[in-house]
Design a protein around this ligand. Structure first.
Ligand code: IPD
Ligand code: CA
Length: 289
């Protein structure tokens, strides 16, 4: 509704096929070529790591997208991207769940989305196609705008839908935490107030997979503050196409920004609670970012 739209002559289905193909190739790379001694360096804080495979995965994604979609831009979590002229930007997370990858926990993903609009702004962009692959489980979630949400595994492709949850007190809720210690403390305060109001909390370690978990009913809802575009672009599209209601961002400041997704029957109570608790605990005191 009045938001950015696909350039003329571009089919969202084709972008979805590109997203799937490059995510699968990058997924193979990070699983098959992971070295025994994984090289790492740190980014925003001591706990925010990047491995050599994050960087290699991003380089592969940028190279393949340059071949398949030479006029599009690429914005990735790691160093190196590409500028473009088509109005489409590929927003890629070469490994979402890097800490899980580092520890050998099989809960990480390659996330690839085609977006229209400017993904460096908080809400002036829209994902139109995307894929999120958990390469260890062999599960590929994918969608394009208006086409439904799908999960492809070795046994075939099936449509995915959210749960039919309606009771906040019985809802299983996913969340995640940022890397900044001050932000984590505020996120923990929010959690203290939320936990007694829901069935339980899961912290799986990949925002992209959390959003896909809402899409397929493994979680009833998910929220997080401080996500970047690459954490959420593809997963949000999969969740929306699966029937989830999405909310946020609520503020232009990174640490205050709330993103949530919920099964439609939960959206009202869940959205109200997480908005209120974010304002109270995460937003209010944050003036640093
Ligand atoms: C992180 C994961 C995590 C979320 C963090 C993200 P990364 O991405 O998605 O689940 O809680 O906010 O930064 O660093 O593993 O690519
Ligand atoms: Ca990420």
């Amino acid at each position: 509704m009045g938001g950015p739209t696909l350039p003329a002559g571009v089919a969202a289905e084709e972008l979805e096929a590109v997203a799937r193909a490059v995510a699968e190739e990058a997924g193979r790379l990070v699983v098959e070529e992971r070295p025994d001694a994984l090289g790492t360096s740190v980014k925003s804080t001591r706990t925010d790591v990047v491995t050599e495979m994050d960087q290699r995965s991003q380089e592969l994604l940028v190279a393949r997208l340059a071949t398949l979609r030479p006029d599009d831009a690429v914005l990735g979590e790691e160093e190196g991207g590409a500028s473009g002229t088509s109005g489409i930007t590929w927003v890629v997370d070469p490994i979402d769940g890097t800490v899980n990858y580092l520890y050998g926990i099989p809960e990480f993903s390659v996330s690839v989305a085609a977006v229209v609009g400017d993904p460096t702004t908080e809400d002036g962009w829209e994902p139109v196609a995307g894929a999120v692959l958990n390469p260890v489980r062999g599960e590929l979630f994918h969608a394009h705008a208006g086409g439904g949400a799908w999960c492809t595994t070795a046994t075939g492709t099936r449509p995915v839908r959210t749960s039919d949850a309606t009771d906040l007190g019985l809802s299983l809720v996913g969340t995640g935490f940022g890397y900044d210690a001050g932000l984590r403390e505020r996120q923990a305060r929010l959690l203290v107030d939320l936990l007694p109001q829901v069935r339980d909390i899961r912290r799986q370690g990949s925002a992209a997979l959390d959003l896909c978990a809402v899409a397929c009913g493994r979680l009833d809802a998910y929220y997080e503050t401080g996500l970047n575009a690459w954490d959420r672009a593809a997963g949000q599209l999969v969740a929306r196409e699966a029937g989830a209601v999405l909310g946020g961002p609520v503020d232009a400041s990174l640490a205050r920004q709330l993103s949530w997704a919920a099964a439609p029957g939960l959206a009202e109570p869940f959205g109200a609670v997480v908005r209120d608790l974010t304002d109270r605990h995460v937003g209010a005191s944050d003036s640093r970012r």
